[in-house]
Design a protein around this ligand. Structure first.
Ligand SMILES: Nc1ncnc2c1ncn2[C@@H]1O[C@H](COP(=O)(O)OP(=O)(O)O)[C@@H](O)[C@H]1O
Ligand SMILES: [Mg+2]
Length: 144
């Protein structure tokens, strides 16, 4: 069982910072015993959440994106938060294929997050911002 540990960071809303956030979270998360595939899945989920804050939350304009990562035991929790335009209907936003930019986007970001993480919790308030909590536990592995 790993003792609790955490990091927090924030950065300006800029697509250049997506790769930083994804890699920083994976580097921290690698203190736990993931397979490479699981770490890739975590990276995809973080990319999707951070991209959403930049593209949708701030509509590619100025703003701050905040990321918190922590684990306790085998459970990893990642929080991605923005203070942008918010989501009027969080259930609809998470439907596969739903997007508010149909000319450009596929509406699969939340679907990937749900696919790759154990739990995805979305809370949002219009004109206040959005918080996405991504949770994943290291699976039990056969010993040997
Ligand atoms: N951080 C956010 N702020 C505001 N709206 C968001 C945010 N994240 C997601 N959304 C809304 O949820 C929709 C679905 O997101 P997603 O599944 O990632 O698909 P896509 O990014 O391809 O549109 C987006 O089109 C957008 O309307
Ligand atoms: Mg998206």
């Amino acid at each position: 069982m790993a003792e609790r540990n955490w990091v927090k960071f924030e950065f300006p809303s800029d697509t250049r910072n997506v790769a930083f956030a994804r890699t920083a979270v994976a580097l921290f998360a690698s203190q736990l015993d993931w397979t490479l595939d699981e770490l890739e899945d975590i990276k995809v989920a973080v990319s999707e959440a951070v991209s959403n804050s930049i593209i949708h939350g701030y509509q590619l304009g100025a703003g701050i994106v905040r990321v918190e990562v922590e684990y306790e035991g085998s459970k990893l929790t990642i929080v991605v938060e923005d203070y942008g335009q918010g989501i009027p209907d969080v259930a609809q936003a998470q439907e596969t294929g739903f997007t508010t930019i149909p000319e450009e986007r596929m509406g699969l970001g939340f679907t990937f997050m749900h696919e790759y993480m154990d739990e995805v919790l979305v809370s949002s308030e219009v004109q206040k911002g959005t918080k996405v909590i991504l949770i994943k536990e290291v699976p039990q592995r056969p010993e040997g």
